[in-house]
Design a protein around this ligand. Structure first.
Ligand code: PLP
Length: 375
């Protein structure tokens, strides 16, 4: 039995999403910039998708810019804030994805901008007093805090953080790559300027995502060329991808409550099994706390294990990861930030396509591997 428990790296495409995309690969293949019927059809599809996403997020269609995924959306947001938004100080966290951290590093080399990292406790909970202090003592701020961490699953209170940013007239960006389609967003009440999302994390296709940019917030042009996406992002649009993205988001929001309960039950089941089969395991950050962590992610530390647990599981057909898929092999900056430097961490991440039987099998196989190692 092959078991895929690495849904934070990417999710399988929902067959219904593929069905929605197929006509735009085969029949309606027109270039949306063309004036003939093929082109007009493609243009209207893009705008329908944009509107449907905007309805889910309660924002304006023109506030949605299609991108190649989460990384590009994060890049555009940060570069825009620094190059056009007058920002010279970014307040962020050591837990952000490299799409944010590396972009900030690069901006610090080319622009007059400093970065401060929010203080946190050893579970990764951010210190709101430190945020207020940093906002008070600097003036042209951007706050960039992810909604949920992709490695340990910690959820940040972005409503409160956005409110603090608003109070101090700072820009606010949030990376929602792991949470879009898993939680509701109401951008009429959440005072965010930028939000980044990626379709392949909610059963959509890879290579497509979007940036939300609040009306009136200046946006930098990173890709030069034609006038697509209001001349903000040149290049012929990825129509099948955009259709897949919008369809996947529709499906995610139609079934959100049901899927949330189901996936949380899978996560709780694995926590119970691991606690009973392997009492020495520890859960990283807030991973095991239902209210304070993403229901799709469980990060587990095995204090006494050899570092090839992942390979041993893979050999038994069970796909999990050690942390972020993008930094495979490198020591995790997230685990380091919360002081987890010993043992062996496995990130299990779930989707609506997993079953309780798969969870039981994964726990059983894992316990067997750990016993062998201990013997
Ligand atoms: N931000 C977070 C939190 C992620 O988990 C990822 C991907 O794993 C990204 C950004 C990058 O998204 P994409 O793969 O769409 O470029």
């Amino acid at each position: 039995m092959k078991i895929y428990l690495d849904n934070a790296a990417t999710t399988p495409l929902d067959p219904a999403v593929l069905d929605a995309m197929t006509p735009y690969l085969l029949e309606h293949f027109g270039n949306p910039s063309s004036q003939h019927q093929y082109g007009r059809k493609a243009r209207s599809v893009i705008e329908n998708c944009r509107s449907s996403i905007a309805v889910h997020l309660n924002c304006l269609p023109e506030e949605i810019i299609f991108t190649s995924g989460g990384t590009e959306a994060d890049n555009i947001a940060l570069v825009s804030a620094v190059t056009l938004g007058g920002v010279d100080h970014v307040i962020t966290t050591p837990f952000e994805h490299h799409a944010v951290l590396q972009t900030l590093k690069s901006l610090a080399k080319s622009h007059d901008v400093r970065t401060s990292f929010l203080q946190h406790d050893n579970r990764g909970n951010l210190d709101p007093d430190h945020l207020h202090y940093l906002l008070r003592t600097n003036t042209r701020n951007l706050v960039s805090v992810m909604h949920a961490n992709n490695e340990i699953g910690n959820l940040n209170d972005i409503a409160q953080i956005a409110e603090s940013a608003r109070h101090f007239k700072a820009l606010f960006h949030t990376d929602t790559v792991q949470t879009m389609g898993h939680y509701h967003y109401n951008l009429a009440t959440l005072p965010a300027h930028f939000l980044a999302a990626s379709a392949h994390k909610f059963h959509g296709p890879k290579g497509v995502g979007f940036l939300y940019c609040r009306k009136g917030t200046p946006l930098a042009r990173l890709i030069h060329g034609g006038g697509q996406e209001r001349a903000l992002r040149a290049g012929t649009e990825n129509i099948p991808g955009i259709v897949g993205l919008a369809t996947a988001l529709d499906l995610a929001y139609q079934n959100l409550v049901k899927d949330h309960l189901y996936i949380q039950s899978l996560k709780d089941r694995l926590i119970r099994q691991l606690r009973s089969l392997l009492p020495e395991v520890q859960f990283n950050g807030n991973s095991a706390l239902a209210e304070q962590s993403l229901y799709t992610v469980l990060s587990v530390n095995f204090p006494n294990q050899q570092p090839d647990l992942l390979r041993a599981l893979d050999e038994q057909g069970i796909a999990v990861s050690g942390g972020s898929a993008c930094s495979t092999g490198a020591a995790s900056h997230v685990l380091k930030a919360i002081g987890v430097t010993n043992g062996n961490t496995i990130r299990f991440s779930f989707s609506r396509f997993n079953t309780p039987e798969q969870i039981d099998r994964a726990a059983f196989v894992l316990a067997g591997i750990c016993e062998l190692v201990a013997a």
